[in-house]
Write a protein that binds this ligand. Structure first.
Ligand SMILES: C[S@@+](CC[C@H](N)C(=O)[O-])C[C@H]1O[C@@H](n2cnc3c(N)ncnc32)[C@H](O)[C@@H]1O
Length: 299
């Protein structure tokens, strides 16, 4: 997604950390565009294996290496200890490969098992979450991550249904959604509410919030951090983070004298988020929701 915008941003970055390797599309584009070395991270071992095969020639040339990890937990990794980068990329969410593999349980296709775990670091799958979370916690998930006005009614319905039969497949969740939103609810509602469950299962928004400052601190002076998000909650977290890093003073507004760091940590490169071109959206409708924000650390 937004591959030419990403390659343009990292044109002068000799080393790049691709935190969401996925199918390796961005890493491949960057290596072909002349980035010297790319380290790719993904929490999904299947994605890592597929991308490693695709980028084999670059690995052999010593220009690519892959690490299985959650990007929010890089600090404990000995293989990345002390490493800094000229560019860091996050292309959030799930890959089309993950969506298409019904075994992974991300889709609302009939009969798909409710799994949705992105990687081996996640213990509780979607079925277990829907079967054990309290009603209030489910309401919060559907309201915060799914912007669902009838979140309380939906979680009440889930709790009522699971008392008779535990949630196991996509059909169970689709049935509860239909019961609350009406028989005319369809693909858009299922996609939004399944996404809300996926975000909760994988701790995606808190993970992103925790990760951003740690990733920023892995940039070399003048290095660029770029994030592509697909969900308004993700984009909000990125926007607020880069805005506060770009401000000279982050003291509370009424404080008479500045007691904070008193200097900007860098500059925002995208005053407004970049979006996919008309042509890209035509080729890949998922690109419609993509938002790219970029920030450069001070020299
Ligand atoms: C949208 S895809 C990336 C596609 C990739 N940029 C490409 O061009 O092929 C997102 C990938 O990020 C991975 N991912 C999501 N959250 C992650 C996290 N917290 N840590 C590591 N990988 C993550 C997913 O497993 C998925 O493979």
């Amino acid at each position: 997604m937004l591959a030419s915008e990403v390659t343009e941003l990292f044109r002068n970055s000799p080393t790049v950390l691709d935190c969401t390797l996925g199918g390796g599309g961005h890493s491949l584009a960057l290596l072909e565009a002349g980035v010297q070395t790319v380290v790719g991270v993904d929490r999904d071992p299947e994605a890592l294996a597929a991308a490693t095969t695709r980028l084999h020639q670059f690995a052999t040339a010593g220009r690519f290496s892959a690490v299985q990890s959650n990007y929010a937990k890089l600090d404990g990794l000995s293989s990345l200890e002390g490493m800094r980068f000229d560019g860091i990329l996050l292309d959030l969410g799930i890959s089309s490969h993950q969506i298409d593999d019904s075994e992974r349980g991300f889709s609302f296709r009939q009969g798909a098992r409710l799994d949705m775990r992105m990687g081996t670091d996640v213990d509780v799958d979607a079925a277990a979450l829907l079967n054990t979370e309290s009603e209030s916690s489910l309401t919060k998930i559907f309201k915060t991550f799914g912007d669902e006005p009838r979140a309380a009614r939906l979680s009440h319905e889930i709790v009522r249904r699971r008392e008779n039969k535990p949630f196991e497949t996509s059909d169970d969740l689709v049935g509860a959604i239909r019961a609350v939103l009406g028989a005319r609810s369809g693909t858009a509602e299922f996609a939004r509410l399944f996404q809300a469950v996926r975000i909760a299962v994988n701790d995606e928004l808190p993970g992103l919030e925790r990760a951003l400052p740690a990733l920023r601190d892995r940039l070399n002076p003048g290095g660029i951090l770029a994030v592509i998000s697909y969900h308004s909650g993700e984009d909000r977290i990125v926007k607020h983070a880069v805005r506060s890093w770009s401000a000279a003073c982050i003291c509370p507004p009424r404080q008479p004298t500045c007691t904070c760091r008193g200097r900007a940590l860098g500059v925002t490169l995208t005053r407004r988020a970049l979006t996919a071109s008309h042509d890209e959206v035509l080729q890949n409708p998922r690109a419609r929701s993509a938002r790219l924000r970029a920030w450069r650390s001070a020299e």
